[in-house]
Design a protein around this ligand. Structure first.
Ligand code: COA
Length: 219
């Protein structure tokens, strides 16, 4: 059930809670997807503290990106960050879900869907005509999840990480915004809404190429 879950805009004071969710979710979801000998490239450092300054900077600049948090009572259990898609041909018209993470203890309760639906609604309100995201090819859970929300792979892919003879790729997904006329109405009770590197390249959706680079953490 999602009835006790509230969604609100994140502020700078949420940086620590977001970093904690980010790390917990990243470790649980990506460790099984990345060969052990290169896992550290993506998952280290595993501590929350080094990542807080980056999240603070990110949250201080709402004109660059906006973040929604899902709260179970007062505890942040998930977040979704939206920004303008970098390098878009139609700059400013395509958004990007840069990160969507839910605390593992709260997976499969509809929180990810709720966060994504609200983010898509915000994107539409901001005038974005579509929303992209990049997803690790091997992250089948997330790919299935986004497909259920109306995202479709558009054929673009890119190198996420290449190290020690291992190459991991990301696929791009796109969700076109429904017009107000065609969007089905939201059911507020259920939360179900209208939306069905350094030497290596760095991954958008695990937080490595954010303008504020929260995963690197250092000031
Ligand atoms: C991907 C992610 C955000 C999904 O969040 P979530 O809160 O678990 O998502 P939801 O609960 O809304 O939906 C997930 C699944 O639970 C199911 N579900 C939703 N509510 C449910 C309930 N009450 N009971 C049982 N299942 C439920 C959904 O139908 C969906 O099923 P599917 O996996 O077969 O498609 C989450 O798994 C996560 O944080 N993963 C790690 C980070 C990641 O990969 N992020 C994506 C790229 S940034």
């Amino acid at each position: 059930m999602v009835m006790s879950i509230t969604i609100r805009s994140a502020g700078v004071d949420d940086a620590k809670a977001i970093a904690a969710v980010h790390i917990a979710s990243l470790q649980a979801s990506y460790r099984p997807l990345i060969p052990g000998r290169i896992a550290h490239s993506v998952l280290d450092p595993p501590e929350v503290e080094p990542r807080i300054p980056g999240w603070r900077r990110c949250l201080e600049r709402p004109r660059v990106s906006t973040t929604l948090v899902a709260c179970d009572n007062l505890t942040v259990v998930g977040f979704c960050t939206l920004r303008s898609a970098p390098g878009s041909h139609a700059a400013g018209t395509i958004g990007e879900v840069w990160a969507l993470f839910v605390r593992p203890s709260h997976w499969r309760r509809g929180i990810g869907r709720l966060l994504c639906e609200r983010t898509l609604a915000d994107a539409r309100a901001r005038g974005f005509t579509g929303v992209n995201l990049w997803e690790l090819e091997s992250n089948e859970r997330a790919r299935r999840f986004f497909c259920s929300l109306g995202f479709r792979a558009d054929g673009e892919s890119r190198l996420f990480l290449e190290r020690a003879g291992v190459a991991l790729r990301e696929l791009r997904y796109r969700r076109t915004m429904p017009t107000a006329e065609t969007a089905p109405s939201r059911d507020p009770a259920s939360g179900r809404g209208p939306f069905g590197r350094r030497s290596e390249p760095r991954a958008t959706n695990v937080g490595l190429d954010c303008p504020e680079d929260p995963l690197n953490g250092s000031d």
